[in-house]
Design a binder for this molecule. Structure first.
Ligand SMILES: [Mg+2]
Length: 116
């Protein structure tokens, strides 16, 4: 499940994941929508933007992980600062990918995040 307010990022992810076996099951443009859709979709993995209108991605990730401690959430953001990184880890997200992302990094973080 892709959470990002930019449709461009969603399209880039779609392109990057083509032929990899990953499939985008749902696309959300806000944290609120992600929380609502998570229960319905129960995705194997969530990619989460940070800066979005309304609730930011870290708050949304925190709420999803409170409700679903086994959720696998990977942050995809250009906010690669230490405090952001630390908070993402504390919340329990499973990886951090810088924007703009690269296929190799994306796939390796996904693989790590999906490990039991
Ligand atoms: Mg954004």
């Amino acid at each position: 499940m892709v959470v990002d307010d930019s449709r461009l990022v969603k399209v880039q992810l779609e392109d990057t994941l083509q032929g990899t076996g990953y499939e985008i099951a749902a696309y959300c443009r806000s944290g609120e929508d992600a929380i609502a859709q998570y229960d319905a979709v129960m995705p194997d993995l969530v990619t989460m933007d940070i800066i979005m209108q309304g609730m930011d991605g870290l708050d949304a990730a925190e709420i999803i992980l409170k409700q679903h401690p086994d959720a696998r959430i990977v942050i995809i953001s250009s906010l690669a600062y230490k405090d952001t990184f630390d908070r993402a880890k504390t919340i329990g997200t499973r990886g951090f990918i810088d924007k703009p992302f690269h296929r190799e990094q994306l796939l390796s973080v996904f693989e790590q995040a999906l490990q039991p």
